[in-house]
Design a protein around this ligand. Structure first.
Ligand code: PBG
Length: 350
């Protein structure tokens, strides 16, 4: 290196970018497999895994295949899964009553996972949308024009206790009803599940990025639309301050961890929450974020691996402690691929 200092610069920031060794020394953020939670889809029938068209690489699996998959994920270093059910449309009702049946596919899945892979954390999503004919997250009023808050919270409390009894480590209310965290905490404590935590979907936005997920669980099809409006309970994408308000309320009601969802389009909200609370902050990189990277890569317009890894790194850099992402599985299973993530090897003891 004998470039002349002809500009007479006192500082040259490129010194810190000169070699891979220097760049890795000064890297401020990394993503490791143990930061990633895999959402999974469970179906009621015993047939072969069904691919989800709008989510390449994701499948709806039978209970048995799900358990096999969970074992594989755990051995690859993944520490948690978030199971979602695909319910047979004939079982759906306007009030989503089947969610409270003690033998739902999702509760049976929790029990089977806990038996086969007890160390793998289960995050139980609490909301009625997989079970309702209209696809909303709660019980509708008589006119069918809005979701009833307190009646829905009552159902969520019962789902929370049933999930805890079936082995869930955390319950994750994704419904955005008011007062649910406090009510769920009280219900869990009363039933003796003081050790089961609450991951509050505190800042869940009314987002178009949930489209592919609604294909996966059939909640849009049951509502006859892909543009199901959840404006009266999910947060307006215009509002970051309100998202912080919602999250701090969840903290005061007893949340153990907070979540921002979607992740990539809401990095500012992740950052604000990281500054405002000492609780762990999770981010959910949702189905539409996953689908758009796949779609652009399929067209040859983006480099798949680099875009995927950059999207995750950005979420960590914004301040997320861990990420729910459909990329978790492939990153864990192919950790020998060159990647900017400096993927850590599976934790000890496996
Ligand atoms: C519903 C729920 C949704 C997601 C997780 N839980 C969709 C919705 O609110 O309609 C979306 C996840 C994703 O898009 O990956 N309670």
């Amino acid at each position: 290196m004998c470039n002349k200092n002809s500009l007479n610069l006192p500082r040259r920031l490129r010194r810190l970018r000169r070699s891979p060794a220097i760049r890795s020394l000064v890297a401020e953020t990394s993503v490791s497999v143990s930061d990633l939670i895999q959402p999974i889809f469970v179906k009621e029938d015993l047939g072969a895994p069904q691919p989800i068209a709008s989510m390449p690489g994701q499948f709806r699996c039978s209970l048995e295949d799900t358990v096999t998959e969970c074992l594989k994920l755990y051995q690859a270093g993944i520490r948690g899964v978030a199971p979602f059910p695909k319910i047979d449309p004939v079982k759906k009702t306007p009030d989503g009553a089947d969610a409270l049946c003690p033998e739902t596919i999702v509760l049976r899945t929790f029990r089977a996972i806990k038996q086969a892979v007890p160390e793998l954390l289960i995050f139980a999503d609490l909301a009625l949308d997989p079970y309702t004919t209209h696809g909303h997250d709660g019980i509708l009023n008589e006119e069918g024009s809005d979701v009833l808050n307190d009646e829905t919270v009552d159902a969520l409390c019962r789902m929370a206790v049933a999930s805890a009894a079936a082995g869930a480590d955390f319950v994750a209310p994704s419904d955005m009803m008011d007062g649910r965290v406090r009510a769920i905490r009280a219900a869990l404590d009363e039933a003796g599940y003081t050790g089961v935590g609450i991951l509050a979907y505190s800042a869940k936005f009314n987002s178009a990025y949930y489209g592919p997920f609604r294909d996966a669980v059939g909640s849009a099809a049951s509502a006859g639309t892909t543009l199901l409006g959840k404006h009266t309970y999910q947060i307006d994408p215009a509002n970051a301050r309100q998202a912080v308000d919602d999250a701090l309320l969840d903290v005061s009601e007893g949340a153990d961890m907070l979540m921002v969802k979607p992740a990539g389009p809401y990095l500012d909200v992740i950052h604000r929450l990281r500054e405002k609370t000492l609780l762990p902050v999770a981010a959910y990189q949702v189905s539409g974020e996953y689908a758009q990277i796949h779609a652009a890569a399929q067209l040859g317009w983006l480099d798949y691996t680099r875009t995927r890894d950059e999207s995750l790194l950005a979420i960590k850099r914004a301040g997320a402690d861990f990420i729910l992402t459909y990329f978790a599985r492939e990153i864990a299973l192919k950790s020998d691929e060159p990647s900017i993530l400096s993927v850590a090897s599976p934790a000890e003891g496996i």
